[in-house]
Design a protein around this ligand. Structure first.
Ligand code: ADP
Ligand code: MG
Length: 312
C-alpha cells in the first residue's frame, strides 16, 4: 500500500467534522474559519534523520531546512505566516549540537517572521523533527489544489530540480553549502508570490515530492488533466537527459506549481519583475485517463517508473 492509499484508508474517514472547517485532509494545509474576515491555515511536517536529511549534517542547516520546508505549505495556500510549534526527538542532549540547531532555527524563524509558539521535547533512537506551522488568509481566499479549470495555464515559480541535483553533493559532504547544496538547505519560501496569487491562481500547491508526482495530485484534486511542454519546464538539464528526469521527479524543490486563467498571462508575466523565475509550462485540459501528459516537441513522452518520492 503506498503512502497516499494508506492516508486515505486509515485517516481520511470516520473522524468528527467541525462546522468551521473549510478544508481538511488532502491539501497543503487545512483551512479553518476564524471569524468573518480571516481563515486559519495549518500544516505539519516531519523530518527524520537519514531519510529527509543526512544525520551528519550541521545542526543549524538541519533546522533551517526543516522550518523552511514546513513553512512552504503555508506559501502554497497564499497565507501570511504567523508561527509554529516544534516537536523534537533527540538521541542525546548534546549542548553544542543544540546550540547550533537553535541558531539555525532562529535565523530561519526571523527571516520568515514566524514565532515559535510551543512544542515537545523527547528522547528517542534517532533525530526526528516535526514542525506544525500556522498562518492566515483572508476568508475564503486560500489557494487550494482543486480549482484548476480547463483552458488555464500551468506555471511554476522557478527552476525545478536544483535540490534533487544537489543530493549527491549533500550526501557526500553534508557540511558543504556551496553551489546547488544551498537550494537544498535553504529552500526559498514563496510567501510573497503565494500572496500575490490570491484572486489570480485557480489552484496552487508546493512541489515537495517531485514536479510530476505533485502535478498529478493537483490534476486529480481538480478533476482535470495537465499537459506540460518539456522544453518550457525550467531545469538545469537538457530535456530527456537522465539529470532532467531526476530534476522533474526528484523531491525537495519547494517551488510553487499553480494554474491561472489564460487571460492573466500578461499580468503574470508582469510579476516577473518581482518573481523573476516565473514560467508557464503547460495547460489544463479536460480529464483523460492520464492525469498528466508530458510532451517534447509535439510528441508525448511515455512516463514510467516512480514520478516522485513516496515513503511506502
Ligand atoms: P505535503 O507534501 O503538502 O506536506 P503530504 O503529501 O504530506 O502533503 O500529505 C497529503 C495530505 O494528506 C495532506 O493534506 C496531509 O495533511 C494529509 N495527511 C498526511 N498524513 C496524514 C495523517 N497521518 N493523518 C491525517 N492526514 C494526513
Ligand atoms: Mg505541500
Amino acid at each position: 500500500m503506498n503512502e497516499f492509499a494508506l492516508i486515505q484508508r486509515y485517516f481520511q474517514q470516520g473522524f468528527p467534522q467541525q462546522a468551521n472547517t473549510h478544508l481538511a485532509i488532502g491539501d497543503d494545509c487545512s483551512v479553518v474559519r476564524q471569524n468573518h474576515s480571516l481563515d486559519l491555515v495549518q500544516s505539519i511536517d516531519t523530518q527524520v534523520a537519514g531519510i529527509h536529511f543526512p544525520a551528519q549534517a550541521p545542526a543549524d542547516l538541519i533546522a533551517e531546512r526543516a522550518l523552511r520546508c514546513a513553512a512552504s505549505d503555508l506559501a502554497a495556500m497564499g497565507a501570511t505566516p504567523y508561527g509554529f510549534h516544534l516537536a523534537i526527538t533527540l538521541p542525546e542532549a548534546n549542548e553544542a549540537w543544540l546550540e547550533r540547531f537553535s541558531e539555525g532555527l532562529k535565523a530561519a524563524a526571523n527571516e520568515l517572521e514566524m514565532q515559535l509558539l510551543g512544542g515537545d521535547t523527547t528522547r528517542g533512537n534517532q533525530l526526528v523533527i516535526s514542525i506544525a506551522v500556522q498562518g492566515t488568509v483572508p476568508k475564503n481566499q486560500a489557494l487550494t489544489r482543486s480549482g484548476a479549470q480547463v483552458g488555464d495555464e500551468v506555471w511554476v515559480s522557478d527552476t525545478i530540480g536544483r535540490a534533487a541535483l544537489a543530493l549527491p553533493q549533500v550526501l557526500d559532504n553534508p557540511a558543504d553549502i556551496s553551489g546547488l547544496a544551498r537550494s537544498y538547505y535553504f529552500p526559498q519560501v514563496h510567501f510573497l508570490l503565494g500572496q500575490a496569487l490570491l484572486n489570480q491562481a485557480t489552484a496552487c500547491m508546493d512541489i515537495s515530492d517531485g514536479l510530476l508526482q505533485d502535478a498529478i495530485h493537483l490534476a486529480r484534486a481538480s478533476n482535470v488533466s495537465l499537459q506540460f511542454n518539456a522544453d518550457a519546464i525550467p531545469t538545469l538539464a537538457e530535456p530527456l537527459s537522465p539529470n532532467w528526469m531526476q530534476s522533474i521527479t526528484g523531491g525537495d524543490d519547494y517551488q510553487l506549481l499553480f494554474t491561472a486563467p489564460k487571460q492573466l498571462h500578461y499580468e503574470l508575466m508582469n510579476l516577473t519583475d518581482k518573481f523573476s523565475g516565473l514560467c508557464c509550462i503547460g495547460e489544463v485540459i479536460a480529464a483523460t485517463d492520464k492525469p498528466l501528459i508530458l510532451q517534447h516537441q509535439g510528441k508525448e513522452i511515455e512516463l514510467s517508473g516512480p514520478l516522485g518520492f513516496q515513503h511506502f
